[in-house]
Design a protein around this ligand. Structure first.
Ligand SMILES: Nc1ncnc2c1ncn2[C@@H]1O[C@H](COP(=O)(O)OP(=O)(O)OP(=O)(O)O)[C@@H](O)[C@H]1O
Length: 249
């Protein structure tokens, strides 16, 4: 049992998952502070996505502990973890293409439980205000009435981040958020992340090192399910083990 540290939002201790005897994540410790953007890097198959899956309850851990704001997430269901304040974005955008940007944000507002239920409830001033606030953060203020099918790939990714932000998670996890984005969209996504950590912590899994440099408070390097190195970008970039297994390739 860890002692709760109020200066940490997430404490992952001795986290392990075994798939038929193969340890995809092996005795991992990870400590995330408030207002931190932690980036997890490492070679293919290092276990990065699996760590996010374990934290959000999609994959069940074999052993260990994941404590978020004093709650043991490993004992909770996926929906309870979302409700507790952990948002997770997967690699492929999953916005409702037939709905406008406004409607996509509206159905994600905590009061809307289903597409129909959400569209039926009155658009109170409070909801509209929150939608406009989030739209501004995700660079879509001028696209609120546009069907999301007509957005660019990058805009769809931002919209999905917005659909999570509208629930105001204290921890947001993003898996390769800039994959498939243009250079200009990557720059704006870095700006977006740097803005949103004012109110929350973010964990990002990413391969684009230029982007990592622009967003990371700290970097965690995984290799074969284990922690290989951790620290500032400059620190991990200079680590001979990291160069050998990842950055040198
Ligand atoms: N549900 C599962 N059942 C069996 N093996 C799995 C499962 N999920 C992940 N693995 C294995 O665990 C290892 C880690 O996979 P993971 O996707 O977490 O790696 P990653 O670091 O995110 O890689 P990439 O950079 O390629 O996305 C891989 O060998 C993968 O095949």
């Amino acid at each position: 049992m860890s002692i709760e540290n109020p200066r940490l939002i997430l404490s992952v201790e001795d986290l392990t998952v075994s798939f038929d005897g193969f340890k995809a994540v092996d005795g991992l410790n990870l400590y995330i502070a408030p207002n931190e953007c932690r980036v997890i890097i490492g070679p293919n198959g290092a276990g990065k996505t699996t760590v996010l899956d374990l934290i959000c309850g999609r994959t069940r851990a074999t052993s260990g502990s994941v404590e978020f704001k004093g709650m043991e997430l490993l004992k909770m269901r996926e929906d309870q973890i979302v409700h507790a304040g952990v948002g997770r974005k997967f690699q492929t955008p999953s916005v409702y293409e037939d709905l406008t940007v406004f409607e996509n944000l509206e159905i994600s507002y905590p009061r809307g439980y289903s597409v129909f239920g959400a569209l039926a409830f009155r658009r109170t001033a409070e909801v509209r205000e929150r939608i406009e606030e989030v739209a501004e953060v995700i660079f879509l203020s001028d696209h609120l009435d546009q069907k999301s099918a007509h957005l660019s790939h990058g805009q769809k990714q931002w919209l999905e981040i917005g659909m999570l932000l509208i629930q105001d998670p204290q921890l947001l996890m993003l898996d390769e958020p800039v994959a498939g984005m243009s250079v200009a969209e990557r720059v704006k996504t870095a700006e977006l992340l740097n803005r949103i950590i004012a109110d929350r912590s973010v964990i990002v899994v990413e391969h684009d090192m230029k982007f990592v440099e622009e967003i990371a408070t700290r970097v965690t390097v995984l290799h074969r399910g284990k922690l290989l190195a951790e620290g500032s970008m400059a620190h991990v970039q200079a680590d001979p083990d990291v160069i050998e297994v990842y950055l040198g390739h």
